[in-house]
Design a protein around this ligand. Structure first.
Ligand SMILES: Nc1ncnc2c1ncn2[C@@H]1O[C@H](COP(=O)(O)OP(=O)(O)OP(=O)(O)O)[C@@H](O)[C@H]1O
Length: 466
């Protein structure tokens, strides 16, 4: 057979007429479209209607340059060169792949043939596949990082995605000497995280010294942090006293509630952070320390900067690696695991297995936990003591977490004495005042009209503060 000839005749195929050729073209799976030199569509096969969903009569005789002016068929017609590849058909909103090549009569171009198939679904699937692969890679990376977390972080109960990300970042920064700022509401586990960072650092066998900046009265904080020399002030101990910074030498200092420090103390702290040196109260010798600083706060430091109650330069010194811990109400996916951890702990303490009734679990899921993990722990401790059996029921819970419609109807039925009732109401008021004031303790004590000392006493007594 000579080059260019692709057909012969037989008994069954005595001749090759137009009807037979059209039938063959109609059975081709891909779209075949022919235009003339003016881009008028002169032929389309049946696949056109099947694949593109447009009836053949609607396109025959129409100008392709009006329907799809940027199509490969028109480009091939105008350039005289064949084109292969994928294109997006704007008029139909689909992606196709195929080829277009010019038709010559002698040297003159009389039209163009375009063949293509719809690959929109394949492209979409491919996109989805790429995305799924990306997500899988991300999760694998997270899992690898999770598996490589130092033990101190793995003991931190929390599978919530944000918490995990924070832990992974915390584990990375733990290996360095960088200053860390832990942010989150009261009771979310900032101190637990600070300990985990310290225990995963090269300083783990050196001291971790905690300073609660909010609990120390303004007049004492300087000597608490920097220590004092003998005779520095009336009542000063003989031989002086080491401050927290000296105690933390070669280890870590954990400055809790840093947002509650006065501006004067902030200035002094800034110097230690910059120079790693200070003088004791009443002393003149400069003391150098090698410390890692971890600070924590539940305050909105950015607003405090705007209100000029927190120094911007100190903020930048502290905020080198911020670690954020979500409030419990935003990570209810951790509620069951945390509950189980505490139930195991209290089961061991009371000497028998404890579990929650489904009603209690529902209350836990719906409650918004203003006191966060600490509150959950305290509620379970309370319930484990009150409950004599093995299942914790609604009436074993502290009153403030039981919704109104579940409250016991009459306190007379109970064996509470007046002191107990007052304590319950007092605790309830403090917890809700803390929640209403964004856990800002200074504001809360102002609202409640009690002194700092009385406030911290009550926090401790009611287990709101450990
Ligand atoms: N992920 C956790 N797994 C187990 N227990 C936790 C976890 N996070 C916090 N806790 C427990 O919750 C209580 C409160 O935690 P922590 O003292 O670290 O909170 P905090 O954010 O530092 O609170 P505050 O701002 O009031 O100082 C602690 O008893 C701690 O053991």
């Amino acid at each position: 057979m000579s080059a260019g000839i692709h057909a012969v005749t037989t008994i069954d195929f005595p001749r090759w007429d137009q009807a037979l050729l059209f039938k063959i073209l109609d059975n081709i799976h891909d779209v075949v479209l022919v235009i003339d030199s003016h881009t008028t569509i002169v032929y389309v096969n049946e696949a056109y209607a099947r694949i593109l969903g447009v009836p053949v009569e609607k396109v025959l005789g129409r100008r392709l340059d009006k329907i799809e002016p940027d199509s490969a068929a028109i480009k091939a017609l105008h350039s005289g060169k064949s084109i292969k590849g994928s294109e997006h058909l704007k008029s139909l909103g689909i992606d196709v792949i195929g080829s277009a090549f010019p038709l010559y009569k002698g040297k003159q171009i009389i039209g163009c043939i375009s063949t293509f198939k719809n690959v929109t679904e394949e492209l979409e699937l491919n996109r989805e596949l790429q995305q799924t692969k990306g997500v899988a890679d991300y999760l694998k990376e997270q899992l690898d990082q999770w598996e490589q977390l130092p033990l101190s972080f793995k003991e931190y109960v929390g599978q919530n995605r944000n918490v995990k990300e924070t832990l992974i970042l915390a584990a990375k920064v733990a290996r360095t000497d960088s200053t860390v700022l832990i942010r989150g509401e009261s009771g979310v586990g900032k101190e637990v995280l600070a300990k985990a960072v310290h225990n995963a650092s090269r300083r783990k066998n050196k001291p971790l010294i905690k300073v609660n900046c909010a609990a120390i009265p303004e007049s004492l904080i300087e000597s608490e942090l920097f220590g004092y020399e003998e005779g520095a002030y009336t009542g000063a101990k003989k031989g002086g006293k080491l401050g927290k910074f000296e105690l933390a030498h070669s280890g870590t200092i954990f400055l809790d509630e840093i947002g509650d420090m006065s501006l004067t103390m902030q200035a002094k702290l800034l110097r230690v952070l910059q120079e790693r040196e200070f003088e004791r109260v009443g002393g003149s010798a400069t003391i150098k320390v090698d410390i890692r600083v971890i600070a924590a706060t539940n305050r909105d430091l950015e607003t405090m900067i705007d209100e000029k109650t927190f120094r911007k330069d100190l903020y930048y010194r502290l905020n080198i690696v911020p670690l954020n811990l979500n409030p419990l109400r935003e990570r209810k996916d951790d509620l069951i695991a945390l509950t189980q951890t505490f139930l195991d702990q209290f089961s061991r303490e009371v000497g028998h297995e404890l579990s929650l009734s489904p009603q209690v679990l529902r209350i836990f899921q719906n409650y918004n936990w203003p006191g966060n993990i600490r509150e959950l722990q305290n509620v379970l401790e309370h319930a484990s003591i009150v409950c004599n059996g093995s299942t914790i029921e609604i009436h074993h819970l502290p009153a403030n977490i039981i919704p109104m419609n579940n409250q016991p109807p009459d306190l007379k039925d109970k064996t509470y004495n007046l002191k107990e009732i007052v304590a319950r109401v007092e605790k309830e008021l403090i917890v809700s005042a803390l929640a209403n004031n964004n856990n800002n303790r200074t504001k809360t004590m102002e609202v409640l009209g009690i002194s700092r000392r009385a406030f911290y006493d009550k926090l401790r007594r009611y287990g709101i503060e450990e």
